[in-house]
Design a protein. Sequence first.
Length: 420
Amino acid sequence: ARRGSGWPPLAPLRAPAPRRTGPPPRGAEVAAMLLSWLMGPGTGAGACCARSPKGFSCFRGRDGEGEGNIVEYAPHARHSSMEFVVDDVLCRGAALPAGPMERTVPTFATGQEAGEYTALQGCPLYTGDVLRLSLGDAIHESVMALYVNGFLITPRGGDGCVAASQPPICRLWSPFSLVEKCQVKSKQSESQWAIFKLTFFRKEGQDASFYFATAGMTAEAQRDMWVEEIIRAMSNLTLSLFPSFEISVEPVPGRVATSTRIMAGYLLQGGPTDSASLVFCELHAYASRESRLALYRDEWCEQEVLSIPICDSSIVSTRKGEYCTVFGINDHLFCTRTEDERELWLRAVSNIKVKLMFDAPDPTAEDLEIFRSAVHERIETLPPPLPPGGQEAVDAFVAAAWGSNMPVAGGRGGPGPAQG
């Protein structure tokens, strides 16, 4: 190339590679050739796995400025914006995709009886007078306070003040819950009483239920307010246990076990001793008169934790009420982020069960695409996973959790426990 002409220098000419003669390479030779190519400089596995600034050594592999990127399946993950320190130099903008941070199944304690008031976090979200109904038709005048992670019931004495002789009842929220409005049987007192019920489901043992009532001419309005506030608190708590994700219908590339996926997403699985585990669940299409729900540690689906068979006699259950995100398959309890997602899972599992009941033939590849398309259309119509009240309710939840004295839930919060 001419100096000073502005033209880039020409690449040096290379002699053509000698043509191979003789018999074709054997298996061992082919493997050696592939390994040599993969580990060669600037190519394959020996290439740099993330772009580094000019002049810095390669992050991984051989020295030099690498131009290759590792590309692997990272569902719903954007390229990482993390910072790396290489040879005491801060480097930004690495092109590695975000990978799983935790490789174990997160487990939470849920629905436990809180022995002390200190188990409740932050400021009360809502406080007021209620009547607590217990077995034997006993009625206890009480003050109820709702917190971000539970509620506190303080009995009142005969003079209307807080009864120091009776211990308060402290209970933590559980995502495996049901909120119901109950009807009063006596028509004579129907306009003066309004009852609501909280039920906490358990995988083992009896479910725990609490009955409350409001009284007076505005009893129904008071009950509706209590139910609304309880639903808001429970929904916020449930959503806080889930990562950010989208329900998917497509299999994971390179994972043959996911090839018959119909839908998949994170669910909370109820466990013994009032615990909940966050698992990635994958509903498979039916084959040989059986389907299954596969549980993985995460959405990469590398390690299967449990496989639940689904047949024509499987029991699919749920509970109806003002709020419930729980459904069951046989003796397994699951919880979704929202009621809409619960209905989606129930509909998909129920459709598979109906196919099995009528001995439908195994689906073809075209049938699988139709199933996935139908689920995807339903996913597109789902509202974003937010509690009742939207983002404002989320902000109030966070403020109360940190113990802020700012007004929460439209100014209905308080600076501390209700006083008599």
